[in-house]
Design a protein around this ligand. Structure first.
Ligand SMILES: *Cc1c(COP(=O)(O)O)cnc(C)c1O
Length: 459
C-alpha cells in the first residue's frame, strides 16, 4: 500500500483527552446492559467512538478563542450577525434562520412548506428528515439512482437523483402535489455518497420548469464539494469554497446540521431566498427554538460555527478529511472485508448482508455486528439497516431497506491514522471469525425513531 496516498493532518495537536481501556469481559457486560444497542452505551466505556460524526468534531484554537467572544444577549447577539454573514457569503442564500441543530431546521421547513397529502421526493431518506416530513402529512418518495441501493456498484456520484424517477412522480401526482424536492449532499444513508454538480443542475432545471421548490440537506455540503473537485470534469482547478457556493446556486434553500461539516458540537440553520417563507420560518422559530437571532444556540456556539464554517472550506483541510476516511476503507478492502463502495465522505459502511451471510435480515445482522464489534474491540459504531429504517406510519409495516450496514463514522480532526489501524484490525479480526456472530431479536421497540433507544437480546 502506498501510504503517501493519504494526506497527513494539516494541523498539530495542542490538547489531548485520555480515554479508558476496558477488557472484553467488561464490554460483554456493558453491551448486555445496553440492550445490544450501541446508542445506549456510556461514552466512558468506549475506546474509539465511531458512533457518529455529529457534534463530535474537535474545534480549533481559533474556534475556542471565539467561544470567549460569546455575546450572550437574549436578542441581537454580535455572534449571530457574524454567523448570518458567514452563511450568506459561503452559501449565497438571502435569509438564514438559526436552529438548535439540523432537525430543528427540518421541523420548521416541513411545517411551513408541506400541506398534508403532498409528496416530498428525496435521494434516499434520512431518519429525522423523513420523520418531520411524515409528521407534517408529507409522503416521502425515494428518487435516488438504483445503484445507490447496491453496495457493490463502484461508480462515482451514487447520491445522484434519478431524473426519470422524479419526472415520473411529477407526471403521476402533478407538480402542485409536490411540496418540494429535498436533495441531500452528500447522501448519508447511501454511504456518504456525493451528488454531482451536473445532477444538481439538472434537478434544479426540472424543478424550475415545473415550479417546484428545491431544498438541499446541506449537512455534508463541503465533503460533497470535495468529491466534485476530485471527480467531476471541469472542477479540478476550482476551490472547494467556490464549489460549495455553486452547489447552492441551484437551490431555493437548505437545512443544515451544524454538528457535521461546520466543525462544531451543536447548532444548525435553515436558509431560503423566498421572503414569505422566511417570514413564516421566523414566526415559527420563536415557538420551537428561540429568538430569530439565536434559535436555540448560545452566542458562543454561533461564533464557533461561524469560524468553523470558514475552516471547513479550506482545500487542505477537506482533502485530508476525505483521505483520512478513505484510508480506513482501503485497509478493509485490502483484507477482503465487504464495505459499501465507493468509500463515502464521513464514514466507512460495512455491508452486513455480505459480512454475515448466515443471518437473515430479520435477525438484525447490522445491529448485531455493531454490538459484536464493540465487544471485540471497544470500537463503537452504529446500525444503518432495518432497525434504523423503522415502520411506515400508516400501514405499520417495517421498511425493509436493501442496504443493511454498520457505519464506522469518523469524527473530524479527532482520531489519528493509528487509531484507524486499530479499528481496521478489529474489523478484520471479526470478519475472520464472523461465523460466531449471532442474530438479535427485539425486546423493546419504541414507536418513533426506534433505533435510538430500542433494546435487543441475543437469539
Ligand atoms: C445529522 C443529519 C441530520 C439532522 O441533523 P441534527 O443536527 O442531528 O439534528 C439531517 N440530515 C442528515 C443527512 C444528517 O446526517
Amino acid at each position: 500500500m502506498n501510504y503517501n496516498k493519504y494526506a497527513a493532518e494539516p494541523f498539530r495537536i495542542k490538547s489531548v483527552e485520555y480515554v479508558e481501556m476496558t477488557t472484553q469481559k467488561q464490554r460483554e457486560e456493558r453491551m448486555q446492559q445496553a440492550g445490544y444497542n450501541t446508542f445506549l452505551l456510556d461514552s466512558k466505556d468506549v475506546y474509539i467512538d465511531l458512533l457518529t460524526d455529529s457534534g463530535t468534531n474537535a474545534m480549533s484554537d481559533n474556534q475556542w478563542a471565539g467561544i470567549m467572544h460569546g455575546d450572550e444577549a437574549y436578542a441581537g447577539s454580535r455572534n449571530w450577525y457574524h454567523l448570518e454573514k458567514t452563511v450568506q457569503e459561503l452559501f449565497g442564500f438571502k435569509y438564514v434562520v438559526p436552529t438548535h441543530q439540523g432537525r430543528g431546521a427540518e421541523n420548521l421547513l416541513s411545517t411551513i412548506a408541506i400541506k398534508p397529502g403532498q409528496y416530498v421526493p428525496g435521494n434516499m431518506y434520512f431518519t429525522t428528515t423523513r420523520y418531520h416530513q411524515e409528521a407534517n402529512g408529507g409522503i416521502f418518495r425515494d428518487v435516488i439512482v438504483d445503484a445507490a441501493h447496491d453496495s457493490t456498484a463502484n461508480i462515482p456520484f451514487k447520491g445522484n437523483v434519478d431524473l426519470a424517477k422524479l419526472e415520473a412522480l411529477i407526471a403521476e401526482v402533478g407538480a402542485e402535489q409536490i411540496a418540494y424536492v429535498c436533495v441531500a449532499i452528500t447522501c448519508n444513508l447511501a454511504g456518504g455518497q456525493p451528488v454531482s454538480m451536473q445532477n444538481l443542475r439538472e434537478v434544479s432545471a426540472l424543478c424550475r420548469k415545473h415550479n417546484i421548490l428545491l431544498f438541499m440537506d446541506a449537512t455534508r455540503c463541503v465533503e460533497n464539494a470535495y468529491f466534485i473537485k476530485e471527480q467531476e470534469a471541469g472542477y479540478e482547478q476550482t476551490s472547494v469554497k467556490d464549489i460549495v457556493r455553486e452547489q447552492f446556486s441551484y437551490a431555493d434553500g437548505c437545512t443544515m446540521s451544524g454538528k457535521k461539516d461546520c466543525l462544531t458540537n451543536i447548532g444548525g440553520f435553515l436558509c431560503m431566498n423566498d421572503e414569505n417563507l422566511f417570514q413564516e420560518a421566523k414566526e415559527l422559530v420563536v415557538v420551537f427554538e428561540g429568538m430569530p437571532s439565536y434559535g436555540g444556540m448560545a452566542g458562543r456556539d454561533m461564533e464557533a460555527m461561524a469560524r468553523g464554517l470558514q475552516e471547513s472550506v479550506q482545500d487542505e483541510y477537506i482533502k485530508y478529511r476525505i483521505e483520512h476516511v478513505r484510508y480506513l476503507g482501503d485497509r478493509l478492502l485490502e483484507a477482503g472485508v465487504p464495505i459499501v463502495e465507493p468509500i463515502g465522505g464521513h464514514a466507512v459502511f460495512l455491508d452486513a448482508h455480505r459480512f454475515c451471510p448466515h443471518l437473515k435480515q430479520n435477525e438484525l445482522p447490522a445491529q448485531s455486528l455493531a454490538a459484536h464489534l464493540y465487544i471485540a474491540s471497544g470500537v463503537r459504531s452504529m446500525e444503518r439497516g432495518i432497525v434504523s429504517a423503522g415502520r411506515d406510519p400508516n400501514t405499520g409495516h417495517e421498511h425493509v431497506p436493501k442496504l443493511e450496514t454498520v457505519r464506522l463514522t469518523i469524527p473530524r480532526r479527532v482520531y489519528t491514522y493509528k487509531h484507524l489501524d486499530v479499528v481496521a484490525d478489529a474489523v478484520i479480526h471479526l470478519y475472520n471469525n464472523r461465523n460466531q456472530i449471532r442474530g438479535l431479536k427485539w425486546v423493546y421497540e419504541p414507536k418513533r425513531l426506534r433505533f435510538f433507544t430500542g433494546r435487543f437480546e441475543l437469539m
